[in-house]
Design a protein around this ligand. Structure first.
Ligand SMILES: Cc1cc2nc3c(=O)[nH]c(=O)nc-3n(C[C@H](O)[C@H](O)[C@H](O)COP(=O)(O)OP(=O)(O)OC[C@H]3O[C@@H](n4cnc5c(N)ncnc54)[C@H](O)[C@@H]3O)c2cc1C
Length: 279
């Protein structure tokens, strides 16, 4: 079938591209490596431009319904515990930008696009279909799957993440650079978040070689904790469970008010995101 667009990767990027193309009348086949479509359990911050894009893709209202609308972006000094600055996200901000600044659970946001794709006749979603590479000629493109199967299409979009095989074949510009920073993430029930830090804000505590981020999620049921420190990590790691002690090691020097956030985290997982970057 040469009349469809192929998309390698069914993450937020791949599914957003799929629904956008489908709404333009094009047929789309999403090829996802994983056995199930889904997203990691953590939060994501959405600037006003994201909501402009969601509206364009017809999912604005659904995305708005699951977002938490924070009052401020707060920058804190992790050594002294003092506030450095804050940006109010009030009505003046919203009317200037034409949309709010919000935070949302990644799984929820991915679910918005997944439902929209599943409901659209032009989108086909295929799991357990890792794309190893592609062939192309004047008439179209053929995705070569990891199991050797070949899938034809008009064009192929690489939305297969940081370690994209499509990018590798097209640009051959090498592996992502390892930055040496390691990020750890945890999502905790709101009642476990220190009471004095249950702020309706996306907060960043900045310290030497480390920072801590937290904000509420899922209608204030949970708090997203993302902490990063520079430990010269030699290689990227993704989704690996890590001990509390490992996480704490990078934050021995921060003020008690900030350190208590680390102590509240549970089921910490390392993420490859901050250790491997494209530049
Ligand atoms: C710590 C951190 C915090 C962030 N916070 C924010 C934020 O607050 N706001 C924001 O806007 N952005 C944020 N980002 C960036 C944002 O998360 C990413 O840009 C976005 O999730 C990338 O989505 P994607 O669909 O392109 O890729 P991915 O989410 O990586 O999805 C790729 C998909 O492709 C699949 N895949 C992989 N290889 C293959 C293959 N060979 N064949 C087929 N399928 C394949 C994977 O299984 C996956 O489903 C953050 C990033 C990090 C690291």
């Amino acid at each position: 079938m040469k009349d469809r667009i192929l998309i390698a990767g069914g993450g937020i990027g791949g599914l957003a591209a799929a629904i956008g193309l489908a709404q333009k009348g094009l047929k789309v086949l999403v090829l996802e490596k994983a056995a199930q479509l889904g997203e990691i359990g953590a939060g994501i911050q959405l600037g006003p431009n994201a909501f402009h894009a969601f509206d364009y893709l017809g999912v604005g209202e659904t995305a708005r319904n699951m977002a938490v609308y924070i009052d401020n972006l707060r920058l804190m000094d992790a050594l002294s515990g003092d506030e450095i600055t804050r940006i109010p996200l009030d009505d003046a901000f919203r009317s200037r930008m034409g949309n709010p600044y919000a935070v949302v659970h990644r799984g929820d946001l991915h679910g918005v696009f997944l439902k929209a794709c599943q409901a659209h006749a032009n989108v086909e979603l295929r799991t357990s279909s890792g794309v190893a590479g592609y062939d192309q000629d004047a008439n179209g493109v053929t995705a070569i799957l990891a199991d050797g199967n070949r899938v034809d299409g008009l064009a192929l979009i690489g939305a297969d993440g940081l370690w994209s095989n499509i990018r590798k074949q097209m640009l051959n510009d090498g592996a992502p650079r390892v930055s040496g920073h390691t990020t750890y993430r945890s999502v905790i029930p709101t009642e476990d978040m220190p009471e004095d830090l249950r702020w309706n804000a996306a907060t960043l505590w900045a310290g030497p070689k480390c920072h801590i981020v937290h904000y509420p999620l899922q209608g204030w049921k949970t708090f997203n904790l993302v902490v990063t420190y520079h430990n010269d990590a030699p290689e990227p790691v993704a989704g690996k469970p890590v001990s509390h002690d490992e996480v704490r090691r990078g934050f021995e020097h921060v003020a008690p008010v900030a350190k208590q956030i680390i102590d509240k985290g549970t089921d910490w997982k390392s993420g490859c995101f901050a250790t491997a970057i494209r530049c």
